[in-house]
Write a protein that binds this ligand. Sequence first.
Ligand code: 2P0
Length: 355
Amino acid sequence: MTVFDKVVTARGSPNIAFIKYWGKRDEKLILPCNSSLSMTLSSDTLNTTTSVLISKKLEKDAFYIDGVLQDLQDPDVKERFEIVNKLRKMAKVKEKMLIVSKNNFPASSGMASSASGIATLIYVLNAALELKLTQRELSIIARQGSGSACRSVFGGIVVWKKGSNPDGTDSYAEQIFDENYWAELTDNIVIVTQEKKKVSSRAGMKQTVQTNPLYEMRYSSSETHIKEFVDAYKDKDFHRIADIIIADSNEMHALMLSTKPSIRYLNKASYAIMDAIEELNAKEGKNIAAYTFDAGANAHIITLASNREKVMNALKHLQDSKEIIEIKSSKIGGAPFELNETESLIDMQSMSPYN
Ligand code: 2P0
């Protein structure tokens, strides 16, 4: 039974990939060329909150993100809204929906707002439509909204298996370690730019697969990296996981660089951060921090909570020189979860978003 005339609210969070997804074998179904591995971040620091109301009294669908009413005719929005229609159809519901979503971080700052947004949306719709889908089923649907979103359906360390079925039924995420296994892990997001990226991930990865003669190597190297990472993580061996995290980020950015035309997301400040982290590790005689970059210049510095201060000190000169705008610290976190009525983003009286 679908929950009518009642607001359901949930919260989810982004994930940071340690073994990167960068290329699709099927654009429509969003099937990746290689498996990937990520850490889900705690919703304490970065999160998306989404409320949904399904009612016969609503005349049309409305979808707000960060206070902005989305144009459901816009091709990008329409494509993403398809998953809403898919779930509504599964529940045999015809009523319209009001969906209100809020990120507590800027959408274009390279902090995977689409992963967090889509995973939370699927989760809240599953609850509101009382579909009772499993996390695996939710992951398959989230994947079709945005690849990396399928990993944010789970907490902890998550692997998105590339699968081999042409229909995508075996391409989903799975939790490998829960968030409590190694709760000391932190991600310190170093903001060096707030500019929107010039090449979208979607366009960039397509260009890489189509034009890059080096791309082939990614099929095997990603699998090796995942296997090595899981082995090292089992032993809580930070030195080894840091080596793999750094190597995989550099490999993806080397592939971007050698794409035609070349794609370059890193900037001068990104390289200065890489230098600072490498110098810190050399000084310590072992890796106590790892850098990783997604499709953007902002760095993610992975370190244990006990070493955060050393990392901050190593980056201080870049903060003083204003090359670093801000550092947002987060830690490993769990799966999306439901919130109570007090956290609702929808005013039931007026059936509209709270201001
Ligand atoms: C990742 N990224 O594994 C990689 C690393 C960026 C660099 O997944 O086209 O928004 O919606 O499937 O998931 C960003 O791409 O792309 C991404 P689509 P998505 O996290």
